[in-house]
Design a protein around this ligand. Structure first.
Ligand code: PSU
Ligand code: MN
Length: 308
């Protein structure tokens, strides 16, 4: 347990030890567990992702709020409790402190996970896809707080870019405005979550975890504020090509519109709808890309810790 700016952070034993010894740690979000995937695939994936991080020489730190306490690193029993719990808040930046004050169970989005990871001293974070600019944002103003967080909190986020149910060109523009480095990992085209490529070029390409770790150090040397976004394409054997998934995305977006889904419910609703339309294939791809991101994040964290 550590006190950081009066926030009490509860660590799992292995995370506490790794942080004390300067060993590599990879943060993991929990909204993907409570709102992104159905049970039991959510808990199975959470466990497998943690195992991948350990196999690759780092320590996993899944972040969540349980009964109003901020946990960085969950025991297996707590992970299971969260995956099964009903009525879990989806906490982004605006909600995190409220969830703590109310004594609630809350899962953390990319934005809230970055806040907690930074407070705990963790530099690298693996997720599936970040939130971004929704289609129609020019009238709805629906832009994920994840982008704002990337602009202000120094945590490196490894993802398959933003979920393809979002307006990807506008998402990239906002990231550029906020000064967030967007890196294609071993790719020249930006990935589009379920698909390996979009039709957009990656602003920059890096090919080795050591190069990513060096960039993080350089950013710190310059005193840069804010995070970095590493985009990592889903493995070829697991992808759903854009021409196949796009029709399903359009159908799910239309259904969300028809049912007047708003605010934080939009992303979980659309993910669930695409899952049904693809008869589970979108979930299999989502699981594969999260594991792939966990592998890369571990390698970056190992290299970053070695040079520290
Ligand atoms: N990645 C996934 N599934 C998810 C999410 C990411 O593969 O469910 C979650 C993340 O927690 C992300 C959130 O921060 O969706 C974005 O929600 P919103 O668009 O409401 O900001
Ligand atoms: Mn939103």
């Amino acid at each position: 347990m550590t006190q950081n700016n009066k926030i009490t952070i509860h660590h799992s034993d292995e995370v506490a030890q790794a942080l004390a010894e300067g060993k590599p740690v990879v943060a993991l979000e929990s909204t993907i567990i409570t709102h992104g995937m159905p049970y039991p695939q959510n808990i199975e994936t959470a466990r497998e992702v943690e195992a991948i991080i350990r196999e690759n020489g780092a320590v996993p730190a899944t972040i969540a709020v349980l009964k109003g306490e901020l946990h960085v690193g969950l025991s297996d029993a707590r992970l299971e409790e969260l995956a099964n719990a009903k009525d879990v808040m989806k906490a982004s930046r605006a909600d995190l402190s409220i969830a703590l004050a109310m004594g609630r169970n809350a899962s953390t989005t990319v934005a809230a996970t970055m806040m907690a990871a930074h407070a705990a001293g963790i530099r690298v974070f693996a997720t599936g896809g970040i939130g971004g600019v929704h289609f129609g944002a020019e009238t709805s103003f629906d832009i994920s707080a994840d982008l704002e967080e990337l602009g202000r909190t120094p945590v490196c986020v490894v993802s398959a870019f933003a979920k393809a149910l979002l307006d990807l060109p506008k998402t990239l523009e906002v990231l550029e405005t906020k000064g967030v480095p967007v890196i294609g990992y071993q790719c020249d085209k930006l990935p589009a979550f379920w698909s390996r490529t979009s039709d957009m070029d990656t602003p920059f390409r890096l090919d080795a975890p050591e190069d990513v770790a060096a960039m993080l150090r350089n950013r710190e040397t310059f005193g840069d504020q804010g995070g970095e976004l590493i985009t990592n394409p889903v493995p070829a054997e697991d992808e759903i090509p854009a021409q196949e998934i796009n029709g399903f995305i359009q159908k799910a977006l239309a259904e969300a519109e028809r049912q007047h889904i708003k605010g934080k419910d939009v992303t979980p609703f659309i993910l669930q709808h695409i899952f049904e339309l693809t008869e589970g294939r979108s979930l299999a791809t989502n699981i594969a890309l999260v594991k792939n991101n966990a592998r890369l994040a571990s390698a970056i964290a190992v290299s970053y810790a070695a040079k520290g």
